[in-house]
Design a protein around this ligand. Structure first.
Ligand code: ATP
Length: 245
């Protein structure tokens, strides 16, 4: 569904340069892939490139399969010719996002929060879908409440409903369980994994929590980071797991 090969991203800050190398990265429909590693190793940089919000510095191959008919979009070519219209359309239609702290707007009800991305994107949400997803994630009773009256765990579950409501093909989750305790984190990861399988949605989860994620995913990537010189830090993304859980 998403395939990256030989991608490099260089980020400069005053005198120092951080270089992320991604020899190979892939995620397929129905699969949950973990991206793990220490703070500063490049997890968010990789996620931002996959989300098409950060342009790679060098790229050999960056492809997204856009439909069930086998259509493949050459993202590298879109970046190369600065086709912002096509990139925006992909961002709008293809992705769902789950953020670290839920990111719900406090002045909208839970239901309005869930429906907002679909409204902004101009994608009507199928009748009954919000209720069905909310029921599956145990937040059906929260739909007409305001976010402030929900626990942190409930807010994260609502954020997952919101990410999936408009039927994206790929969900990007950046530390989705950082704000909840271990038991809730396990339950939320299990829910995301089951939903990914049932809906044939691909999920990329960025997390520090190796114990939490490794038993749950078929595929995981991490980073080898070295200080090449005082000025240059190089981090290389590599596969650490590729088995059935
Ligand atoms: N805006 C920026 N400009 C230049 N360099 C940056 C910028 N943001 C981050 N970096 C550098 O890029 C490197 C990777 O950052 P990134 O945020 O991808 O790491 P991370 O693994 O997601 O970290 P964390 O787990 O702490 O969120 C870091 O060394 C950081 O110093």
């Amino acid at each position: 569904m998403v395939r990256l090969e030989d991608i490099v991203k260089r980020r400069s800050q005053s005198e120092s340069v951080f270089e992320l190398q991604v020899p190979s990265f892939a995620v397929h429909p129905g699969q949950m892939v973990a991206v793990i590693g220490e703070s500063g190793c490049g997890k968010s940089t990789l996620l931002d490139m996959i989300a098409l919000v950060m342009e790679p510095t060098e790229v050999a191959r960056f492809e997204i399969s856009t439909g069930n008919t086998g259509g493949v979009c050459d993202v590298a070519a879109l970046w190369a010719r600065g086709d912002e219209g096509a990139l925006s359309a992909l961002r709008r239609d293809f992705f769902g996002y789950v953020l670290q702290t839920g990111g719900l707007l406090p002045f909208l009800s839970v239901r309005q929060n869930i429906c907002l991305p679909g409204r902004i994107k101009g994608h009507p949400i199928l009748p009954g879908r919000v209720g069905t997803l909310a029921k599956r994630l145990g937040v059906a009773g929260c739909l007409d409440r305001m976010p402030e009256s929900l626990s942190i765990g409930q807010r994260q579950r609502v954020a997952i409903v919101r990410a999936l409501a408009h039927q994206p093909r790929l969900v990007l989750a950046d530390e989705p369980t950082a704000a909840v305790d271990k038991a809730r984190a396990r339950a939320i990861m299990d829910d995301m994994q089951r939903l990914a399988e049932d809906e044939s949605v691909a999920v990329v989860v960025v997390t520090h929590d190796v114990d939490l994620i490794m038993d749950r995913v078929e595929v995981a990537y991490t980073f080898d980071t070295i200080e090449v010189s005082e000025q240059l830090t190089r981090s290389t993304c590599r596969l650490v797991k590729e088995h059935s859980p």
